[in-house]
Every structure is written in structure tokens, then in C-alpha cells.
Design a protein around this ligand. Sequence first.
Ligand SMILES: O[C@H]1[C@H](O)[C@@H](O)[C@H](O)[C@@H](O)[C@H]1O
Length: 530
Amino acid sequence: MATGYRSIPTEDGTYEDGGEERLTTFTEPLIGDDGDNGGKGPEDSDKVGLWIWLLTLSAGISGLLFGYDTASISAALLHLAPSLSTPEHAVTTWDKSLITSSTSLGALIGGLFAGLLADYMGRKGVIYVADVLFVAGAAWQALSNSVAAMVIGRAIVGLGVGVGSLIVPLYISELSPPSHRGRLVIINVLFITFGQLIAYALGIILSPPTLSQDASWRYMLGLGGLPAGLQAIIMIFMPETPRWLLQHSRRNEAAKVIAKVYGNLTAREVDQVITGIEAGVSADTSDTLTEKFKLLFSVGGNRRALTISCLLQGLQQACGFNSLMYFSATIFSMVGFRNPTATAMVIAGTNMAATAVAFNLIDRLGRRRILLLSIPGMAIGLLLCALAFYHLPMLAPDIAAAPNTTSITNPWSPFLILFMAFYVASYALGIGAIPWVVQSEFFPMRVRGLGTGMATATNWILNFIVGVSFLPAVELMYGGAAGLFVFYALVCVAGALAVWWMYPETKGLRMEEIEEVLREGWGSAAKRVD
Ligand SMILES: O[C@H]1[C@H](O)[C@@H](O)[C@H](O)[C@@H](O)[C@H]1O
């Protein structure tokens, strides 16, 4: 059995001996490595083909729709009440909550099952499923004439969002070379944040007087169908992932995909990469669901992968970020801003800009170090926001909903925007993007579908809870918005401690090597693979 060498990053993402790679001996054959090249396998090359960028951008259209469909509802809600009301039933606040939250519930169900579906029908096939749901949901919403129809339309789109949120990072991860995997998955998150920004901008552009009130919300929600149709056409030319193909004993096709993705490998190098992936891919696809559950919970490394992925996904939502995404316009109007929707765009813009910075940093600084720097930053940002809220008189949401009734008179108002932008930037640098990277790279092939499904579902359950609890919590909680933001800050502190204890660095490792690291134990204790 050949012995290979691989460098393992230390706890903070650097190498132990101050920048030099540490060579660690494996007793198993090393994934695509013939042991005589100083630890570099062909897939460690810094050069990647144009193809991988193209397919990342194509798959990322689902991210755009995730962002667009979750954010466009806030502007649409301002206009849809007259169209959906009947003489017997005028649209209520409860109806609006139901319309908003049915998307998160749909996403929860879609996310839960998408992983299993991806194991059976392939990753690419599931992207088509998401597209069908996006198109059907967009058309259904645009043609809705009642609250019930709208709730169904939002739930269909939600199913698409949930399926897309799981499958695209997984698809990109399984196709990417390790040196680029983090940043390529972040492109999808960049698309999500771009979709949210477009939704806000179109929310302003398509509002009356540009369009009638009835047409404006129908266009906003219906437009989501277009990119999905386009993606379905482009995906015809995109490949299935080599890992899934190998799991289904389709070696020749997998070799063709590897050759295309890497661009410039020799036939021997392609074979090396394939052999490496094969070592981690079980060809046994016949596990029943019960067997998968058993494997996921009874094997230490799998259990750790699940715990860390769910922890990060849970923290991404429980830190309260989406209360800003969904309600920032409401919050800004409650504290007296004249143009709350435009001000809310500052939040969406900061989110996207900081995600672009994360794109640059993730494969250089490492996931663990970024998280341990940015989560405390979020806690500080939240506490500063709480301080500003404490000094700002709040209007009731319904009074605030009437435009231009108030103006900024309080000196704390501009500080609130500044502090929120600081919080949002810290969020987007780390926890906003990294959980999607982690869940796609942590699970061994046999439990990847189930594991990513459970992590994605954790994200959407907490997304739902934050969405439905925000306005009531502001009203009922001690200290109102200030109290709630202190609570979110405490969640961040607990999250930072958990990340410090549990999460090992996985930057630059092959997906199959991550399995080895997690088998070793929790957090920094898992850095050695001997
Ligand atoms: O990664 C994304 C991104 O951070 C979005 O801005 C946020 O709204 C989503 O909830 C999250 O999953």
C-alpha cells in the first residue's frame, strides 16, 4: 500500500512550522498522491480551468433566486393587500406573516429532502427540480387572487429555495479542486446577496407610480421565474459531479469531467485524481434510509460533521441577521427614517460587499480563523445597535408604516445605520457564508445527502423562527429592540465559544481528507492525522 504525505493546517489555519508545510504520514493511500511530490497532488495545482468558473456561475443562478425570492416579498407585501382582499376578508397582518413564513417552511421541507434526492437522481438533476419549482412558484404567485393561493405559491417557491440552497453548494464543492473550493462555494453566497440587493432595488423601481399597485407586486414576484428558466437551459451543458458518477460506477464519465474541470491535466494525472476520489467514495449506493441514519449517528466522525454543520447553520440564523434582511425597512421607519427602503439597501449592499471580501479571504485565511475573528465582531456590532435603540424613541410599526410622517431628529439615528453596517459586514465575512461551505465539504459520501439535508433544515427552521418572532419580540421583550439585540449578541458569544471548541480548520484539504480530520476529534484537537 502506498504511503502519501499531506500537510495539515494548524488550529488557526497556518502551518505549524511558520509557513512551511508540515508533512504528515498517512497509512492509507493518499488520495491522488504518489508520495514523491512533496505533498502536492495534481488537484492541488493553483491553476484551474475556465470551465469550473463557468459552471459555478451557472449553478449560482439558484443562489440569485434564493436571495431574490426571500427578499422580494417585503416590497411586494406593501402592495398586494387590495388585490388579495375580498369583500368578506380584508388581508390582515396575520395573513402577511403567513405569506412571508410559508417560504421558510417550504424551504425547510425542500432542504430536508433535497440531499436524499441528490443521492438517488444525481446533483445536476436536483438543480432542474429546483428550477421547475422556481418557475412554477413564480407563475403561481403572479397569478394569485387570494391569500390562500398566495401562501401556496410562496410555499412552492420556498421548496425551490430549500432545494437550491442545499444542492448548489454541494454541486460546486464536489466539482472544485480543494485549493479553490471555499471561494467557489462563496460565489453562490455572493449570488444570494446580489439577489437580495436586486429584490430591494426592483422593490423601489417597480412600485407605483411606475406600475399600478396590482401590477407592481405581480411583476416583482413573477420575475423570479425568468432566471430559473435560463438556468435550466444552461445546465444542459454542465456536467454531473465526478464523485456522484464514481459512486454509481461511471468511471469514464467521471474522468472526462475531471479532465474538463482541471483544464490541463495529463491522462495519468486525471487517473490519479480519480483514484484519490474513489478511495473516499463508497460504490455501495444501496444503503436504506435507516442504515444512513445509523451511519450518521453511530460513527464519531459523522456525528461530529453533523453537529458542527448544524451548529454553524443554526448560528447563521439565530444571530438574528435575517430580521434585518426582512424587516430593516420596518425598523428604520420605526426609528424615524424618511426613506426606509433606500436605507435598507445599505444593509443589503454591505452584506454583498463583505461577502465579496470573504470570497477573497476564505481559502487564504481559513474558515476557523475568519469565524473566530468575525463572530465577536458581530456581538460588538449588536451591542452597539442595542445602545442606539436604547436612545431612540420607537414608533409602533403601524404608525411607522405611513411614509414621511417623521424625520430624523435624533443624533443616534445615523449611528444606528453605522453600527448595523458593522454588524452586517462582520456577519457576511464569516458566518453568513461559511456554513454553506462547511456542510458541503464535511460529510463522507455515504451520508452526504442526509447530513447536508439535516444541516440545511436547521438553517431554515431557525430562519422561520427568527422571521415570525421578530416583530412580536420587539413589542413584548424587556427593552424592546435593544433587549432583543442584546439577546442576539449573547447567542453570538455562545456561538464563538462553540466554534472555538468544536471546529477544526479544513482549508485546502480534500473532501476525503476532511473525513480523516473529523475522525480524530473535536476542534483544534483534530488537527493531527497520523
Ligand atoms: O448565506 C445566506 C446569506 O447570508 C443571506 O444574506 C442570508 O439572508 C441567508 O439567510 C444566508 O443563508
